[in-house]
Design a protein around this ligand. Structure first.
Ligand SMILES: Cc1cc2nc3c(=O)[nH]c(=O)nc-3n(C[C@H](O)[C@H](O)[C@H](O)COP(=O)(O)OP(=O)(O)OC[C@H]3O[C@@H](n4cnc5c(N)ncnc54)[C@H](O)[C@@H]3O)c2cc1C
Ligand code: SF4
Length: 520
């Protein structure tokens, strides 16, 4: 394999071209730094490589074997992370929410979780910048949190039948709802068309109406001079005798290569970033890099993402439209009367048939299959669905470690351990009851509750105290100053809303910090 910077020590090597890596590649290369981006997966062309096909497009997910453990082991497939240039933004649903001020201060406000080393106001300019840059569509007035709109682009219209039923149910119960802020165009932008509402967003968006770093940040980074290397799995971070990182080893088609760099930024997401740090242990850093605190891989979080299906007398057609088009955050903040801390978002959430069949087959303790499942799927058009995004509190025991099993590159496979805590379970029960009430109020007959998880966060949390965190608020390792971590693994708590706006805002903030360091 030959590449432009084969013999150079570039300013920056970025591992992972997903939500965070894409932002960093663009910002740092536009600032004049030499940048190489390595991603384990392919560089796809949406018009050639995406298809309106639920099964074949599962290839967008990170499907390498991971060892899962705990009382609520993750599925670790298409619901959890992406692979290839664009990372999880290729197959994400496009829901684009900001965290609320309280998300950064759960310990001080509610006595649970931990405080972040930043406030909402530290991210506010970056949220605004990212939302403008990708023309997020959303309501004129968003009723919750610190930012109440208007969004750069108008809210989506018309909505799907599932979203209208959700709004009807909320209205009957006095629950506020709003059209969901989405990284999906409601009008043309930078040569890209508005959404055609065919609903294959999780399969990758062929028309390019949905934002992804594949089609927005990576092309801009390339234009600014960044070199992007697909199908290159980084297996090791290298350290010099001074204890600084000086590059990475990566495998392409079975051969190992080296990219030297002055600064290494890990953007490989919640499982792979800790895995790389732990696997890169040296005699100087025997417990893995950036791990003097022992916090690498610790306190990983997901969102509880239980679905409730209800059957309606009229057709709903869950495949219609962008999956999420209306939401409520009326239950987002702590209410002491509920008996648990923190809260959740509820989305009206479409579903393609295979997703629904797989979900419902696991809905009860008795498997739903055979003629019963066939009959349910014959009635597919009559089902509506709601999904929660529930805050899961950080717990030290939920963690990534290296297993004894090795992959084809000789790297130990990741082991992922996860259990819900009491608070998480009480929160889920509350949300499921509310989803049932909303569906009933909309005229549906509640039929199935499917327990699920979605979105990964944590594992290399940020903090001011090097004894209890891995990096500072800019993602800079407390132990190794030229090693940065910048992806969803930085999260200290999970919030009750979808995370990617925050992942990208943090990346834009880290980019500014690195540019400032480079110029000083
Ligand atoms: C089906 C689905 C739906 C989602 N919907 C939403 C949504 O609606 N709203 C929302 O906010 N979030 C959503 N998410 C979550 C969102 O995708 C993530 O929050 C986001 O992509 C995380 O960004 P990241 O930069 O941390 O990692 P990623 O975007 O996952 O990028 C990591 C990249 O690193 C690469 N990589 C990993 N290891 C290595 C290695 N060793 N060497 C080289 N490359 C490597 C991977 O190939 C990948 O491209 C969804 C996710 C999924 C899977
Ligand atoms: S519904 Fe819209 S965003 Fe989703 S795949 Fe189709 S065009 Fe893209």
């Amino acid at each position: 394999m030959k590449w432009r910077h084969e013999h150079d020590a570039v300013d920056i090597v970025i591992v992972g071209a997903g939500a965070a890596g894409g932002v960093l590649a663009k910002e740092l290369s536009e600032a004049g730094l030499s940048v190489v981006v390595l991603d384990a997966g392919p560089w796809r062309d949406p018009q050639k490589d995406f298809a309106s096909d639920e099964l074949s497009m599962r290839s967008l997910a990170w499907e390498d074997t991971r060892i899962v453990d705990g009382t609520e082991p993750f599925g670790m497939g298409s619901h959890h992370s992406g692979r290839g240039i664009g990372g999880g933004t290729q197959n994400f649903t496009g829901v684009f929410l900001r965290f609320h001020e309280s998300d950064f201060k759960t310990k001080s406000i509610d006595g649970v979780g931990e405080d972040w080393p930043i406030h909402y106001k530290d991210l506010e300019p970056y949220y605004s910048r990212i939302e403008k840059e990708i023309a997020v569509s959303g309501p004129k007035h968003f009723p919750w949190g610190n930012f109440n709109g208007p969004y750069p682009y108008p809210e989506r219209d018309p909505l799907s039948p599932n979203a209208y039923l959700f709004q009807k149910g909320c209205e009957a119960l006095g629950i506020q709802s709003a059209v969901t802020p989405l990284a999906i165009l409601s009008a043309p932008f930078e040569g890209r068309p508005p959404c055609t509402n065919r609903g294959f967003c999780i399969e990758g968006c062929m028309p390019n109406a949905k934002f992804s770093t594949l089609i927005v940040h990576i092309p801009k980074a390339v234009q600014a001079g960044a070199e992007i290397l697909p199908n290159c799995m980084v297996t090791q971070i290298e350290v010099d005798t001074q204890g600084h990182v000086n590059g990475v080893l990566f495998v392409n088609q079975g051969t190992t290569y080296r990219q030297r760099a002055k600064t290494v930024i890990l953007c490989a997401h919640v499982v792979e970033t800790p895995r790389l740090l732990l696997h890169s242990a040296t005699p100087q850093f025997p417990d893995g890099l950036a791990n003097s605190s022992g916090w690498v891989g610790r306190s990983i979080m997901t969102h509880s993402s239980n679905d409730v299906y209800a059957k309606f007398e009229q057709e709903v057609r869950l495949y219609k439209g962008t999956p999420v088009l209306a939401s409520t955050q009326d239950f987002y903040e702590t209410d002491p009367h509920r008996g648990f801390a923190r809260g959740y978002t509820i989305h009206s959430h479409g579903s393609r048939p295979i997703d629904m069949a797989q979900g419902i087959s696991k809905a009860s303790h008795e498997p739903v299959w055979g003629p019963q499942l066939r009959q349910i799927m014959l009635d597919y058009n009559y089902y509506g669905r709601l999904t929660m995004v529930g805050e899961v509190l950080p717990q030290w025991d939920n963690h990534i470690s290296l297993s004894a099993e090795k992959d084809e590159n000789g790297m130990p496979r990741a082991s992922v351990t996860f259990n819900y805590g009491d608070n998480d379970l009480k929160l889920i029960d509350h949300a499921v009851e509310n989803m049932k009430l909303i569906l009933k109020a909309a005229g549906g007959e509640v039929a199935y509750v499917v327990s699920d998880t979605q979105h990964l966060m944590g594992g290399c949390r940020m903090g001011n105290n090097p004894a209890t965190s891995v990096v500072n608020s800019y993602g800079q390792s407390h132990d190794i100053p030229n090693l940065f971590i910048c992806d969803a693994s930085l999260f200290v708590t999970s919030s009750g809303g979808n995370p990617t706006n925050t992942v990208m805002a943090l990346a834009a903030r880290t980019a500014d910090y690195i540019i400032e360091l480079a110029s000083s």
